[in-house]
Design a binder for this molecule. Structure first.
Ligand code: SAH
Length: 214
């Protein structure tokens, strides 16, 4: 799968994209994830990508031409792609959507910033807006990275153990995941449920199921 993030802050995204499960999935070739900076498609000496809103008001608005150039370029990289945009007004991201997106071959995620994006760009390209919750962030980068994380960990082979993605909260028929413990077996007079130390796999599975159902 390929994912392109359109962002004015590529370096900030890259640091995170190299980390943990997403970083490992990239290194293993399971996901090709890149950032694209609209400044590359901006004209003029200053490569300006934002400007003051027509009609006045606070903040800056991302200009349509650099974003259009960037999207056109990225769309040429595959036969079929799905274009999304970060927006507090969009459909709220959930595990079902993450699963659906994990089946796509090419996602392009446009990160908004400042006041927003020129409406003509949104009208012409019709990206699917998605939100990560009912609060306002300064920019779409964190939202896009949340989407990347939720999607990439679902790709076969991305987790150390593929059972991890099937056996967790929000997995179909799974319920909330059971709690977990690790060494040391005793910590501040708190102990670990005895069954987990028993080595009896059937009993452990039954105990975990019961905890999830609860
Ligand atoms: N003025 C806008 C908010 C702009 S926030 C409004 O009132 O709706 C700046 C950018 O951050 C947005 O364009 C969007 O891309 C991103 N953003 C902010 N909150 C978000 C959220 N909850 N989910 C996804 N993206 C968000």
């Amino acid at each position: 799968m390929r994912i392109d993030l359109i962002t004015l802050f590529p370096q900030e995204c890259t640091a995170w994209l190299n980390t943990s499960i997403v970083g490992r999935a990239r290194r293993r070739g399971l996901a090709e994830i890149a950032t694209a900076d609209p400044r590359q498609w901006a004209g003029g000496r200053h490569r300006k990508v934002d400007d003051r809103p027509f009609g006045g008001g606070p903040g800056m608005v991302l200009m349509a031409p650099p974003l259009a150039g960037c999207i056109d370029h990225l769309r040429l990289q595959s036969a079929k792609s799905r274009l999304l945009v970060t927006s507090p007004q969009g459909r709220k991201l959930d595990q079902k959507t993450a699963r659906e997106l994990a089946d796509e071959s090419h996602l392009i995620v446009l990160c908004g910033h400042y006041e927003g994006i020129d409406q003509r760009l949104l009208d012409l390209y019709q990206p699917e807006p998605f939100s990560i919750g009912d609060y306002i962030l300064s920019g779409g980068e964190l939202a896009a990275l949340v989407l990347v994380d939720a999607v990439v960990r679902l790709l076969p082979g991305a987790l150390g153990n593929d059972r991890s993605a099937v056996e967790e909260t929000f997995s179909p028929g799974h319920g909330a995941d059971h709690p977990c413990w690790t060494r040391p077996a005793a910590f501040r007079e708190q102990t670990v449920p005895q069954v987990l130390l028993s080595g009896d796999h059937a009993a452990i599975a039954a105990w975990q199921l019961a905890r999830r159902m609860k």
